[in-house]
Structure formats: C-alpha cells, structure tokens
Design a protein around this ligand. Structure first.
Ligand SMILES: [Zn+2]
Length: 430
C-alpha cells in the first residue's frame, strides 16, 4: 500500500469550489481523505505550507515530436518536462512523422507513453490524411485506438467542405475538433503580427484577420453541424468576440490561449529573437488584453502550452527562416500565475483553466480532487523564486523566450495515479 500525506497546504478544487487549508491523504492511487488530524502511518510526507494543492494540470496542446523528430523531443523527455511543470496529463498533437493519422501510430504513442512517460498522454489524431486537408481520417478507428480529439494543428483545413465533414463525423465519435485557425491565403509569407512592429522589423506581417476569418467560418460550421469545436491558441480580440457571440447563441465551442499570448506582445519580437516566433504570432497589446479578459470571464476556457520543441540549430537562423513555436511546459505555472498576482484571476479560477476545464473538454478523468477519485495532484509554491535555465530543464529543446529570467511560482510536487513523479528538490522520479 502506497501512501502520500500532503500536509499544511491550501487545497483548491474548482469542481466543488473548495478553497481551504486542509491535509490530503493519497492512498493506492486515489484521494483517500481530507482532514486536519490524519497523521497516517507509513506515509511519505509532503510539507505544503504556503503551497497550493490542486488537481494536476492537463495540457490540451503539446507537441511531443515522437515518432520522427526525437532530436527535438520524445515522449519520455516531453513527459518529464510535463511532470516538472505540474502537468499530470498532456494531449499530444498529430504532426509527427509519420503523422498520427492511422491507428497504428496512435497505438505506438500510447505504448511508448505507458513505458516512458511519467504523465498521462492523450493522443490527438489528425483530422485529415497526412494533414493535407483533403481526405478525412478513419475517425472511428482512431478513437477506438485511443485518440481523444482530432486536429490538423499546424495546418488549417482550408477546404470548407472537408471541414464540414470532419465536424459531422466528429459527432459520431463524440470528440472535439481542435483547430489551428489561420487562413493561409491571408497569412501569406507573414512571420510576425502585421502592424507597426512588422513595419519596424521590415518583415512580412501575419494579420489578425487571418485568425478571425477562420474562426468565423469554423464557428458557423460548428453551428450548422452541432459538433464540438475547440479553437486552439486564440490570439486576437476579434476571435475572442466571435467565440463569445457564438457561445451566446448556443454553439458548442470551447477555446484555449497559450501562456505566451497572455504574457507577451509583438514588441517582444523587436530584437529578432527567433524564440519569439510562433504561429499564431505574438499580437498587439490590445489583443493580449482581450485574451486576458476572455480567460478571466470564461470565454476562453483553458490555458494550453502549445509546447513546440525545436533544436538550437533550427532556431539559430534568420527570423523569417526559423520554425514556429516555443517550449512551454516548464514555464506555464509562473507565466500564468502573473494573472493571479495582477488580480485578474482568483487562484481557484486559475486552476479551473489549467486542470478542470481541459479535462472536461477532452472528456477525461481528472480536474478534481474528491475523495475516491484518481490521485492526479500538483503542489505549487506560488511565491517560489527561481531562474529558468532550459539547459537544466527536462525538455530536449531550449527554445524559450524566458531563458535566463527570474520566475515567481513553481510546481514543487507532481503526483500521477497516486505516485510521486516529480519533486522540485529530487527531480523527476519516474
Ligand atoms: Zn497550432
């Protein structure tokens, strides 16, 4: 019998609006008890004074790069980075090599995750063969193999007829369709947000309307089909307004925003640092404000990292040539906690967007701490100061705009299925 006694922490469970200082006992993979007088025998004791004890975070949007690009990341290293960041589950995107458009690839990912990853891994399967946006994948077979959602992330399904059929079939399997909403004909060669910053940089701009046009279409198709549309990495005020209006008329839409789109504006790209290049690009201050407000008022349901590892040599090129994306699993906690410190989110609402809502969107367990439920738990020290050094992190890649910066707040303990998989002083343990 394995026991973990988490004592002295502030327990936050958005599922039942619990916010109280109480001890937690984990036993044989489950939350066994809450109380002030537990003093169990033979338990590993975690001192959580000054810390928050919460359901483990669930990342809706991770690129684990395996199979095919293991020099950037693999399921083991990405899983370790997730555990160190406080995540107990990650949904991994389909743009691997081969693409996860076949049940054999889904099987491979799940097998590898069971052997190598300290956290739960939920494969997201491609919506179309080879992410080419032409022919639908076998959604029923992929869902049977364990795919939790469908997405051509990285690519937009530009053919509206194909997108409509993808949404229709997704209803049969009851899984969301996650969209990377960028109209490619409007993005063109754009590599930074179109506006004063792109002009100053002398780089081609990617306009905000490239996102909103696509979100508008997908919302209308979701409305027509009754499917569950999940908008990945929302970055513009216009997309936020469209989602808010659609939800108001009953469209089944959920949405996520990344830590970087909450924390950084396009001005961060002024130094041509390729670790500020991503798709969608960092946007204007007004867009960032709109995304923060939407996360606070619930229009955007969740924070998702869009953890996108790339090797050093791939990012050490001209801005226009560099691949899109940054790593994010190990920095999400301090970056998003800034909204809590700014008074824009309560701690309880923060956890709802990191754990409870993502679990609900994927229809997976987790996101709550009730007695009897599976013990996926994170302990965060919201005041802990540390300097982020990607070279000392668990991801194989280092492409982060926060490298070398002092951070406030850190995941200090991660428990998956009742097992201690990460301790800040001892590293990843599984
Ligand atoms: Zn994407």
């Amino acid at each position: 019998m394995s026991r973990i006694w988490i004592r002295g922490g502030r327990v936050l469970d958005p599922a039942v609006e619990l916010d109280a200082r109480v001890d937690v006992l984990v036993e044989d993979g489950r939350i066994a008890a809450f109380g002030d007088d537990l003093a169990p025998t033979g338990a590993e004791r975690i001192d959580a004074d000054g810390c928050w004890v919460m359901p483990g975070f669930v990342d809706l949007h991770t690129h684990l790069r395996e199979p095919g690009q293991e020099y950037k990341e693999d399921i083991a290293s990405g899983g370790r980075a997730a555990a160190a960041g406080g995540f107990t589950a990650v949904a991994c995107m389909a743009n691997t090599n081969p693409v996860n458009d076949d049940p054999s690839v889904t099987d491979f990912i799940l097998d590898r995750a069971r052997q190598d990853a300290p956290v739960r891994v939920y494969p997201v399967a491609a919506a179309t063969r080879g992410l080419r946006g032409e022919t639908m994948t076998e959604m029923v077979a992929l869902a049977a193999a364990g795919a939790v959602a469908f997405s051509d992330d990285g690519q937009t399904i530009m053919n509206s007829g194909v997108m409509r059929r993808v949404l229709e079939y997704s209803r049969l399997v009851g899984a969301p369709v996650i969209v990377h909403a960028e109209d490619r004909t409007l993005v063109g060669e754009g590599v930074v947000n179109e506006g004063p910053v792109s002009t100053r940089l002398g780089l081609p701009g990617n306009p905000a309307v490239a996102e909103s046009v696509c979100v508008a279409r997908d919302l209308m198709l979701a409305e027509a089909t009754g499917a569950h549309l999940h908008v990945g990495h929302v970055s513009t005020a216009a997309a936020v307004e469209l989602i808010r209006a659609a939800r108001g008329r009953g469209v089944h839409v959920t949405a996520e925003v990344t830590p970087h789109h909450l924390a950084l504006t396009d001005e961060a790209t002024l130094g041509y640092d390729t670790n500020t290049k991503m798709a969608p690009p960092l946007r204007s201050a007004a867009d960032v404000r709109a995304c923060r407000r939407a996360l606070a008022d619930g229009t955007i349901d969740a924070v998702a990292t869009d953890h996108a590892p790339h090797a050093v040599h791939e990012k050490e090129v001209d801005f226009a040539e560099a691949p899109n994306g940054i790593i994010g699993l190990e920095t999400a906690v301090p970056v998003v906690l800034e909204l809590v410190r700014a008074g824009e989110l309560t701690p309880l609402e923060w956890v709802r967007r990191m754990a409870t809502n993502p679990a609900r969107i994927l229809k997976r367990p987790g996101g709550r701490l009730a007695v009897g439920t599976t013990a996926d738990v994170v302990v965060v020290d919201p005041e802990r100061r540390w300097t982020y050094d990607p070279a000392k992190g668990f991801s194989k890649s280092r492409n982060s705009p926060w490298a070398g910066q002092e951070m406030v707040g850190r995941a200090v303990v991660t428990i998956v299925d009742g097992r201690l998989v990460y301790h800040v002083d001892r590293g990843v343990l599984a």
